[in-house]
Design a protein. Structure first.
Ligand SMILES: NC(=O)c1ccc[n+]([C@@H]2O[C@H](COP(=O)([O-])OP(=O)(O)OC[C@H]3O[C@@H](n4cnc5c(N)ncnc54)[C@H](O)[C@@H]3O)[C@@H](O)[C@H]2O)c1
Length: 336
């Protein structure tokens, strides 16, 4: 079978997609696009034969182009993904899928109508911690899981590019930027329980104190509790700034009736009971078998539904919409 001919639109995080496609034996990168001509030229110089564009519409007009990664500021995910799907391309769209659930639903419907693969780049599912935890949760080693706690925090870690802090371009702060990864990971590990409500709060107290003369109208910290139909709950806290110990980082704990697992400083500790005696052991981590780009390309070749799929992206946007709405109204918000 011929290699899948791909392009990348947006060459910040998009450079990660680019390198991953270049390492994929079944993909061939034929086009790159960025409005920053200097960045584009630098990347093209090292890649003879690859075509460069500063207008994504011109790139999408390439007949031989089969698939694109959309790695643009969040407000461009929906319009550019829709344009790519309409041009007949398969799309790997960066997280968050869109600015809100309404946009995400439109993208999902377009992919279904046009029969194209639409995958969302929740790449934390393709990391060693996820690859290690998934079989443990699936095999019910933890028994019935009833609560997940997860944090993704930074100390003075505002993103370097200014659009992130503008709600009209990003949709929000660390919740939609970083929290989205952790909520997705928890939902995926738990086998996609249906979220039914959320209670959340967001704060911008440190940003208001620190960021003078900068356009910034997002939160710097968000916290929320999400309730699932099966009774399980999820607590998430995420920040771009805060007086975080050791600069912040990633944590997760998954509590079940037979055991619990704790992610701390990159280690995974499984706590269970053996013959009534509490035990704790550090898990040897499993390397993931493929990258998100490998998976996207193989779904195109085999006509398979990708993982994470558009439906996963829509669910996440519904959860985020509910958390932001809950923060605004100071009440628990139902998720339909
Ligand atoms: N999955 C992850 O781990 C991860 C990590 C970082 C960023 N991201 C996501 O990737 C996306 C991009 O983030 P980033 O950090 O790369 O941002 P960035 O600002 O560093 O890069 C965006 C790039 O897009 C280009 N661009 C802007 N408008 C364009 C247009 N109309 N046409 C073509 N190019 C255009 C910019 O010139 C820039 O090079 C965001 O949605 C972000 O949430 C995901």
């Amino acid at each position: 079978m011929d290699k899948v001919k791909v392009g990348v639109i947006g060459l910040g995080m998009g450079q990660f997609h680019l390198r991953s496609y270049e390492a994929c034996p079944d993909a061939s990168v034929i086009a790159l696009c960025d409005i920053d001509g200097a960045k584009l030229s630098r990347l093209l110089r090292e890649r003879p034969g690859v075509e460069g564009f500063t207008d994504y519409r011109e790139m999408l007009a390439m007949e031989e182009l089969q698939a694109v990664s959309v790695a643009l500021p969040n407000f461009l995910h929906a319009p550019v993904t829709l344009a790519a799907l309409e041009a007949g391309k398969h799309v790997l769209c960066e997280k968050p899928m869109a600015m809100n659930a309404a946009e995400a639903l439109e993208m999902k419907a377009a992919a279904e109508r046009l029969g194209r693969v639409l995958m969302i780049h929740f790449n934390m599912r393709y990391m060693a911690t996820a690859a290690t935890l998934k079989p443990i949760v699936d095999a019910a080693v933890l028994g019935e899981v009833y609560h997940v706690t997860t944090t993704y925090t930074r100390r003075d870690g505002y993103p370097p590019t200014s659009w992130f802090g503008r709600k009209d371009m990003s949709g929000g702060g660390p919740l939609i930027d970083m929290g989205v990864h952790r909520i997705d990971l928890a939902l995926w590990l738990l086998g996609r329980p249906r979220p039914v409500s959320a209670f959340g709060a967001v704060y911008d107290l440190l940003a208001r104190k620190k960021l003078k003369g900068v356009e910034f109208d997002c939160e710097d910290f968000a916290t929320a509790m999400v309730r699932f139909e099966n009774g399980c709950t999820l607590y998430v806290a995420t920040s771009w700034d805060g007086h975080e110990k050791d600069g912040g980082g990633l944590t997760m704990s998954i509590r079940g009736t037979e055991g619990a697992v704790f992610e701390q400083e990159g280690r995974l500790i499984l706590c269970t009971e053996e013959h009534g005696v509490p035990t704790a052991r550090t898990l040897e981590q499993v390397e993931p078998g493929e990258t998100p780009q490998d998976h996207f390309v193989s779904c195109i070749r085999e006509g398979r539904q990708p993982d994470p799929c558009a439906e996963d992206g829509v669910t996440l946007m519904k959860v985020l919409d509910a958390i932001y709405e809950s923060a605004r109204t100071r009440s628990e918000v139902r998720i339909e």
